[in-house]
Design a protein around this ligand. Structure first.
Ligand code: ISJ
Length: 84
């Protein structure tokens, strides 16, 4: 068996991820514009906790949670950079 079929599948998944993350980052920039206009801080810790909690609930394989937690915290950190 070769690795090619699995890697092709990964490439397809990654293509979707790129599209979805691009959309998320566009929305984050809109949120950044709104916050600037209304003098609101970039960081909203309560919202971040809510985002993480929702992901935890949505995840089927809970063993993966520590990895998802790191991943989403990283995505939110990048998001905050983009809001500035
Ligand atoms: C996008 C926002 O700004 C920040 C980034 C968040 C995110 O990436 O989900 C969540 C909360 C904020 O710290 C927001 O306030 O909704």
């Amino acid at each position: 068996m070769s690795l090619e079929p699995l890697r092709n599948e990964i490439d397809k998944v990654d293509k979707e991820l790129v599209k979805l993350l691009e959309r998320r980052f566009e929305l984050v920039k809109e949120i950044g514009d709104y916050k600037k206009l209304h003098n609101l801080p970039v960081l909203d810790l309560a919202r971040e906790q809510q985002v993480l909690q929702k992901k935890k609930e949505q995840l089927s394989n809970k063993d993966l949670w520590p990895h998802f937690e790191k991943l989403f915290q990283h995505i939110m950190n990048i998001s905050k950079e983009l809001e500035k």
